[in-house]
Design a protein around this ligand. Structure first.
Ligand code: LMR
Length: 328
């Protein structure tokens, strides 16, 4: 049994890092699932909080709840529609129930790097996607970058055939499930906060994620090594409910949008660097990173790319073409 003081300490440490909001301020709860430092999303959310709380003092106040302390990604969008949380930045794979357009971003080997993702998102086609869910009550304000995904398992992965028969945690996306099936693996959709435990206890054998997530969640500790596949991307949409957003006074809405845009531009430009640092930190921790030679990489492309055809009708051949242009 914890003493009252110990209990208070535990509760304090679980509380979001923030200055308490004052009476009369619009409280903006921002829920996300990653850590706050050394992570593209965590750093961006904290910077947004800091700037709003300084520059809009008396008007608005952001409270960031990181590390899935408030909601998992499979709960947060429903909670937003209920008005229980005002902002979130789920990965684009988490919007399955609201739009099929974002399946484009999960297609393996669609984008060669985060610069290509950025070029696509800032094109007319990409910008329009932020408004693809307004009929369902959600509005995308800005895209945030994380980076390229890498594969890991409890055994070395050099060829796709090494993954045959293994269970891989995936985000709840049909594209990602099809991608794992394409290499003969068994996909297991699961919340981000449960992945470390599932890898540790052998509920799943492997996972795919960015360097910053593999480092932040310490997946490398419970895997044989990480294979640098760069086979897909994780990117985010900062999202609000249309009802809440449209209900704000115009000056408040404009100021929030301006700060968010500046934070997005600043932090998106740093996402690749944050991931490189995480990659280095994984090496420094003594974990193995396996690089692929040309032929090995081509084997992953050949195994996974047929998945595009399965989803072409959902995402649109024209959107695939626009994404491919962004790689040029
Ligand atoms: C995941 O579920 O693996 C990621 O979407 C987590 C995140 O937000 O980066």
């Amino acid at each position: 049994v914890l003493s009252a003081a110990a209990l208070a300490a535990v509760m304090l440490s679980a509380a979001p890092a923030m200055a308490a909001c004052e009476e009369g301020e619009i409280v903006i709860k921002f829920s996300h699932v990653t850590n706050t430092d050394r992570h593209p999303k965590g750093i961006a959310a904290s910077l947004f909080q800091k700037r709003v709380n300084e520059e809009m003092d008396g008007k608005a106040c952001v409270e960031v709840f990181p590390n899935s302390t408030l909601y998992n990604d499979d709960q947060v969008l429903e909670a937003m529609l209920q008005g229980d949380v005002q902002m979130a930045a789920p990965s684009l794979s988490k919007f399955e129930k609201f739009t099929k357009q974002f399946r484009l971003f999960d297609l393996p080997f669609m984008f060669k790097d985060v610069n290509a993702v950025d070029a696509f998102q800032t094109s007319e086609t990409g910008k329009a996607m932020k408004e693809s869910m307004t009929r369902r009550g959600l509005l995308g304000l800005e895209f945030w970058h994380n980076g390229m995904k890498q594969m890991s398992a409890n055994k070395p992965l050099l060829l796709p055939s090494d993954a045959e028969g293994l269970k891989f945690r995936v985000q709840p996306s049909e594209v990602l499930q099809a991608q794992m099936e394409a290499i003969g693996a068994s996909p297991q959709p699961m919340a981000f906060s449960e992945v470390y435990g599932a890898l540790q206890t052998g509920v799943v054998d492997g996972q795919e994620n960015t360097w910053s997530n593999i480092y932040g969640q310490k997946f490398f500790e419970v895997q044989d090594g990480i294979t640098e596949t760069n086979h897909g991307i994780i990117d985010y949409l900062v999202v609000v409910s249309t009802e809440w957003w449209n209900g704000l006074d115009e000056d408040v809405r404009t100021q929030l949008a301006t700060i968010l845009k500046e934070v997005s531009d600043e932090r998106n430009a740093e996402s690749a660097q944050v991931n490189q640092e995480a990659r280095q930190a994984i090496l420094d921790a003594g974990a193995t990173i396996r690089e692929l030679d040309e032929a090995q990489r081509q084997a992953w492309v050949d195994a996974m790319k047929p998945v595009w055809a399965q989803f072409e009708a959902d995402v649109g051949a024209d959107n695939i073409a626009a994404a491919q242009e962004a790689n040029a």
